[in-house]
Design a protein around this ligand. Structure first.
Ligand SMILES: CC(C)(COP(=O)(O)OP(=O)(O)OC[C@H]1O[C@@H](n2cnc3c(N)ncnc32)[C@H](O)[C@@H]1OP(=O)(O)O)[C@@H](O)C(=O)NCCC(=O)NCCS
Length: 140
C-alpha cells in the first residue's frame, strides 16, 4: 500500500482522522484533532493513497527562532512497525532544521525509537490537566 507524506491539510476532513489517540481516556474528537493540526506550526501526515485517510501524524509548535516542541506523534495500530513513525519524525526534524532545540516528552519504552532518530535523553517537567484532555471548549 502506498503512503504519501504531506505537510498541510488540503482535502483532509475529520472523517479522514478516525482511530487516533489510542488508549486516551478522554480523546479529542476527529474535528478537534483537525483543529489542532490546523493550528500547529508544522505537521507531517502519512496518508493512505488508496483511501485518502490519515494513518499517522506528527505535530510541532515553535517560536521559529530557537525552539520547537513536538506534542503528538501517532501511527494507527494497524500501520505500525513499517517505518511510518520514523519517516514522520525524520521529515518533521528536516522541516525544523534551522532551530537550536527540538523537545518532546515520551515514555521510557519509546526512548530507543527516538534515539535512532538522533534524539538524546533529557530530564523534563510537565503539567497535565486531565479534565482538559479532549481539547473540548469546556473542561469535563
Ligand atoms: C511510536 C510510534 C509512533 C512508532 O510508529 P511506527 O510507525 O510503528 O514506527 P516505525 O515503524 O518507524 O518504528 C517502529 C519501531 O519503534 C519501536 N517502538 C515504537 N513504539 C514502541 C513502544 N511502545 N515500545 C517499544 N518500542 C517501540 C520499535 O522498536 C519498533 O521497531 P520494530 O519495527 O523493529 O518493532 C507508534 O508505535 C505509536 O503511534 N505509538 C503510540 C503513540 C506513541 O507512543 N507516540 C509517541 C508519543 S511521544
Amino acid at each position: 500500500v502506498a503512503i504519501r507524506y504531506v505537510h498541510e491539510l488540503d482535502g483532509i476532513g475529520p472523517a479522514d482522522l478516525e482511530g487516533f489517540f489510542e488508549g486516551w481516556p478522554d480523546p479529542p474528537s476527529p474535528a478537534t484533532h483537525r483543529r489542532l493540526l490546523a493550528s500547529s506550526a508544522e505537521i507531517v501526515l502519512a496518508v493512505d493513497d488508496e483511501t485518502g485517510s490519515v494513518v499517522g501524524f506528527v505535530t510541532a509548535v515553535t517560536d521559529g527562532v530557537l525552539s520547537a516542541y513536538v506534542p503528538l506523534l501517532e501511527v494507527l495500530p494497524a500501520w505500525r512497525g513499517r517505518g511510518i513513525g520514523s519517516e514522520l519524525v525524520r521529515r518533521l526534524v528536516a522541516r525544523l532544521e534551522s532551530l537550536y532545540a527540538i523537545d518532546l516528552t515520551c515514555d521510557p519504552n519509546v526512548q530507543p525509537f527516538y534515539e535512532r532518530l538522533g534524539f538524546v535523553r533529557t530530564t523534563g517537567m510537565a503539567i497535565r490537566r486531565y479534565d482538559r484532555q479532549s481539547g473540548a471548549d469546556e473542561p469535563r
